[in-house]
Write a protein that binds this ligand. Structure first.
Ligand code: DGP
Length: 114
């Protein structure tokens, strides 16, 4: 989608610190990190949010989740764990309308969120 920040990152039109990329997925460090490890993993196809995923997307969503934990382990979160977050729409605090999972690690996160 032409005016989507994350689509522009995928196409290299906006610089980013990429961690991983394959034919379906792309991961890069968050520009405003909230913890020592904070990256975003996204599908390359423009899906606006998790609630717009379709039945046909279940394999992609499975890969997204699997790759998120794999990258978290690679970045040193294997022992202490991490927070995996998907914000959705206004009440979920989503600010970029391209499905993404936040992976946050390297420090403790309280629960419930504020
Ligand atoms: P959310 O609130 O879940 O929609 O989070 C969007 C995240 O995207 C937020 O933590 C900041 C990050 N972000 C926004 N613009 C950019 C950008 O241009 N580059 C990178 N790397 N991250 C961005």
């Amino acid at each position: 989608m032409s005016d989507c920040i994350f689509c522009k990152i995928i196409h290299g039109e906006i610089p980013s610190k990429k961690i991983y990329e394959d034919e379906e997925l792309c991961a890069f460090h968050d520009v405003t990190p909230q913890s020592p490890v904070h990256f975003l993993l996204i599908p390359k196809r423009h899906i606006r949010n998790i609630m717009e995923a379709e039945m046909n997307d279940t394999a992609l969503l499975g890969r997204l989740l699997y790759k998120a934990q794999e990258l978290a382990v690679t970045l040193g979160c294997g022992e202490n764990g991490a927070r995996f977050v998907i914000n959705c729409k206004k009440d979920g605090g989503q600010t970029v309308d391209h499905l993404h999972i936040h992976v946050l690690g390297g420090r403790y996160f309280d629960w419930p969120p504020g």
